[in-house]
Structures are given as structure tokens and as C-alpha cells.
Design a protein around this ligand. Structure first.
Ligand code: FMN
Length: 124
């Protein structure tokens, strides 16, 4: 089963929402939901052999979800690197290359929210 199928199925039964962007061999993911559910999922994700060196960038209580409409929005960064996407990344990360290991927590958060906004425009 792919990450996407698993995430859609598992996350929706646990009211978890979020976004996962991948590219250049790295994943950047935001998980939203009940604290216990998010922690349980994170413990599962870090055991997954399809990746290594997981890092938590930030954990916070939020007044409202940013990605409420998606059980897990999957974005392949290299699928379509448009000029808009590239300049959005440049604005947030100071680089044209998707490299979340060099983003601060606030850069990563702002990047994912703008990415979500762009994805919403595409699917309108
Ligand atoms: C980067 C990454 C993100 C993942 N995100 C999720 C997720 O949001 N929800 C989920 O259920 N599984 C996610 N997975 C898959 C889990 O790590 C794991 O394979 C799955 O939850 C195992 O479920 P099972 O033991 O019931 O088969 C992710 C895996 C990777 C590598």
C-alpha cells in the first residue's frame, strides 16, 4: 500500500489532516489533529524504513487547522516546478532547491501554508 493510500485511510479514521511535500529525497510533513492521535501517528511514521533521520521542527497548539480539507495532501515538488512555486520557495527558504533540512520551523510552516494555498487555487 502506498503512503498516500495508507495516510488517507488511517488519517481520516483518526481525524488527522495535513500536507506532505516530497522531493530531492526529503519529506516535509504537517500533521494536525488531537494530540494523542498525532503523537501515535508520529511514532508509527518514524519506524517506517522508507525514510530516516526524522526531525520534529515544531509542535504547537493551533486555534484552527490549516489543512482541514485534506486527510493528507501529497505534493510531489518535482512534479511541476513552476516559476510561481520556485519564487515561493525562494521567498521562504532563500533557495530555489527544495531542502527542508535547511529550513527553520517558521520557514517550513510558512512554506507549507503557501503551498496549500497554491494547491487550492489549482483545484478550484
Ligand atoms: C514521510 C512519510 C509520511 C507518512 N505519513 C503518514 C500519514 O500521514 N498517515 C499514515 O497513516 N501513514 C503515514 N505514513 C506511513 C506510516 O509510516 C506507516 O507505514 C503506516 O502508518 C503503517 O501502518 P500499518 O502498520 O498499519 O501498515 C508515512 C510514511 C512516510 C515515510
Amino acid at each position: 500500500m502506498t503512503i498516500m493510500q495508507k495516510a488517507a485511510e488511517h488519517n481520516s479514521t483518526r481525524a488527522i489532516t495535513g500536507i506532505l511535500c516530497y522531493g530531492s529525497g526529503q519529506f516535509l510533513q504537517a500533521l494536525e489533529g488531537d494530540r494523542h492521535a498525532v503523537n501515535a501517528l508520529y511514532r508509527q511514521i518514524i519506524k517506517d524504513p522508507r525514510h530516516s533521520e526524522c526531525q520534529v521542527l515544531s509542535v504547537e497548539e493551533i486555534p484552527a487547522r490549516d489543512f482541514a480539507e485534506w486527510s493528507m495532501k501529497i505534493v510531489d515538488w518535482n512534479d511541476s516546478v513552476t516559476a510561481d512555486r520556485e519564487s515561493m520557495l525562494l521567498k521562504h527558504a532563500g533557495s530555489r532547491h527544495f531542502d527542508p533540512s535547511h529550513m527553520s520551523a517558521s520557514q517550513a510552516g510558512a512554506f507549507l501554508s503557501d503551498l496549500a494555498a497554491m494547491e487550492r487555487l489549482l483545484t478550484e
